[in-house]
Design a protein around this ligand. Structure first.
Ligand SMILES: Cc1cc2nc3c(=O)[nH]c(=O)nc-3n(C[C@H](O)[C@H](O)[C@H](O)COP(=O)(O)OP(=O)(O)OC[C@H]3O[C@@H](n4cnc5c(N)ncnc54)[C@H](O)[C@@H]3O)c2cc1C
Length: 345
């Protein structure tokens, strides 16, 4: 639910790589359109007793607050804008789709491939499998926009014959265009760190009932938003201009039964670490600071397991293959210790 655009140099580097029209100058007019539509220029920022604490800690470490109205990922701290309206999560459908749009959505339908005329190399349609198992071809007059996410998109492209020829031939797919599809998988890997805090933020039990009622009746109050997770910071551990580490923040109440264990499990922590943190959490509230690598150099791969569109693709993440990624993330971890004055370093 966090609305944040990249640093302008991110987009300019796309353009410099040969993607005309994807530079910041051009894209910013689209950001303006989105932000107008979302009414983000009149955003009501959240308040939370922890913001001051965080802001002060970062200030002491030399990272200053930035203009809250800016949506860009620039060095500094800020309370971020959220895509929440009337206490509920917004999504693209709620905002951009209305009855006047000429759109047909097919639920429970899997795209098997894009159909490309092998000779002219022109896209003529898509092959779709619907819930009943029936396979159908949908023809197009203009174009196919493929937007199946960072794993699904390369999978469909390769199933369609666009990808590394050798790999496609191995999987018995007739190659149409030889391109390094699936060879550029990158991820903003992050390292969640949990720390005990002296301050208390716990909502007393009596007040909690009030906040539940407040949310049900008015869709406002602490349950209508995401706590301190909208506090965000960007630093550079090496030079001062472009951030290389982003920090997410999280608050975990004492003896939490809802979030901590599930979240740690899903972020890949081993059971014994999760149990150790949960044990501390029995008596202490925790904050989570998550240094996140913004410009990973390691590249992973998305490969086809076989030529069956319903098979899961093979994902090779190759995290930290380039050791500088590990070094930068450790610099982010050290910054957490620095900003929180962690005593055992
Ligand atoms: C835990 C988490 C938190 C995040 N928080 C934020 C945040 O606060 N703010 C933010 O800006 N970004 C956030 N992101 C990133 C954001 O969610 C993604 O960048 C964004 O969803 C990418 O959009 P997309 O349309 O490219 O792909 P996706 O959202 O991945 O959509 C692709 C869709 O294609 C479908 N699909 C795939 N293959 C096929 C097929 N063969 N046939 C039919 N359909 C198919 C998938 O089911 C999926 O619905 C977060 C991501 C994660 C994982």
């Amino acid at each position: 639910m966090l609305y944040v655009t990249g640093h302008r140099t991110d987009y300019d580097s796309w353009e410099a790589a040969g993607n005309t029209g994807w530079g910041y100058e051009h894209l910013s007019s689209y950001f303006d359109k989105i932000e107008n539509k979302l009414n983000l220029n009149n955003y009501n920022f959240n308040t939370h007793p922890f913001y001051n604490l965080f802001e002060q800690a970062y200030k002491e470490a030399g990272v200053l607050p930035i203009d809250k109205l800016s949506n860009e990922a620039i060095i500094g701290t800020k309370i971020n804008k959220l895509l929440i309206r009337n206490g509920k999560r917004l999504n693209t459908a709620k905002i951009f789709i209305n009855e006047s749009i000429n759109l047909r959505i097919m639920k429970n339908a899997v795209v098997r491939k894009v159909i490309i005329d092998a000779e002219s190399k022109i896209t003529v349609g898509v092959e779709v499998q619907v819930a009943s198992g029936k396979i159908m071809q949908i023809n197009v007059r203009k174009e196919v926009i493929l937007s199946a996410g960072s794993i699904g998109t390369p999978q469909i492209l390769m199933l369609s014959g666009i990808g590394p020829t050798k790999h496609l031939e191995e999987k018995k797919i007739i190659p149409i265009i030889d391109l390094p599809v699936g060879q550029n998988l990158q991820d903003h890997i992050f390292f969640p760190i949990y720390l005990t805090i002296k301050e208390t933020l716990s909502i007393p039990q009596e007040a909690f009932t009030f906040f539940v009622m407040q949310y049900i009746l008015t869709r406002t109050g602490p349950l209508s938003t995401i706590g301190v997770t909208d506090f965000m910071s960007f630093i550079n551990t090496r030079d001062k201009s472009i951030p290389n580490i982003q920090f997410h923040h999280m608050y975990i109440p004492k003896n939490d039964k809802l979030v901590l264990k599930i979240y740690m499990n899903k972020t890949g922590y081993k059971d014994k670490v999760i149990e150790a943190v949960a044990k501390i959490n029995k008596d202490f509230e925790l904050i989570g600071l998550y240094p996140t690598l913004l410009h990973p150099k390691s590249k992973g791969e998305v490969l086809l397991a076989d030529n069956n569109p319903t098979s899961k693709p093979v994902i090779k993440s190759n995290y930290f293959r380039d050791l500088d990624d590990l070094k930068q993330l450790i610099e982010g971890v050290r910054f957490v210790f620095y900003v929180t004055e962690y005593k055992y370093l």
